[in-house]
Ligand binder design. Structure first.
Ligand SMILES: Nc1ncnc2c1ncn2[C@@H]1O[C@H](COP(=O)(O)OP(=O)(O)OP(=O)(O)O)[C@@H](O)[C@H]1O
Ligand SMILES: [Mg+2]
Length: 157
């Protein structure tokens, strides 16, 4: 994937999320979870991106902002996905201390190679994020435009 994209609609942002998911599914298995850190202001498109991402993983449930639950787990019932069992969607907006997330089993979630983990507001818990993270930065350009930057080259294409 390229490093930077400008999307002009939420549909385009979802498409980009789908593309990333497809690329991840093509990767060789790793020793730990595949972790994505999403950062960017309110309304910059993080959840929208995750909706496209989840759709490409065959998740039929509606992906909402998990702000109030903090951690939402989706199990794959898609038999074509062999290397992963779960998709975790986290939202750290309300997290005050990384400890709160550790108490919810964050370390176990990110160490299981059968998990894909997407963390909104991951910059708030940078201290406990693993080293190998695909960081994605979302910037509001105008009402319809967002700049989406991939900060890491785990996915090169
Ligand atoms: N190009 C675009 N990409 C993504 N969303 C867009 C775009 N243009 C307009 N939007 C709108 O912007 C909003 C993005 O909201 P979204 O919940 O995805 O943001 P968020 O970054 O997850 O915010 P929060 O920090 O509150 O969780 C949606 O209402 C969406 O329809
Ligand atoms: Mg959100």
């Amino acid at each position: 994937m390229k490093k930077e994209y400008i999307t002009s609609s939420s549909a385009q942002t979802k498409k980009l999320g789908q593309k990333l998911a497809k690329d991840i599914l093509k990767k060789k298995p790793e020793k730990t979870a595949f972790v994505i850190g999403l950062e960017g202001e309110l309304g910059s498109g993080k959840t929208t991106f995750v909706q496209g991402f989840a759709k490409a993983l065959g998740i039929k449930e509606k992906v909402l902002s998990p702000t109030f639950v903090i951690i939402k787990r989706f199990q794959f019932n898609n038999l074509t996905i062999k290397q992963f069992n779960n998709f975790y969607h986290l939202d750290c907006y309300r997290i005050k201390k990384p400890r709160e997330l550790l108490d919810l089993g964050f370390k176990e979630i990110i160490s299981n190679p059968r998990n894909i983990v997407a963390v909104e507001w991951a910059d708030k818990i940078k201290k406990i994020m693993p080293e190998d993270v695909l960081w994605i930065n979302f910037e509001f350009i105008d009402e319809k435009k967002r700049k989406i930057s991939f900060i890491c080259d785990i996915i090169e294409k």
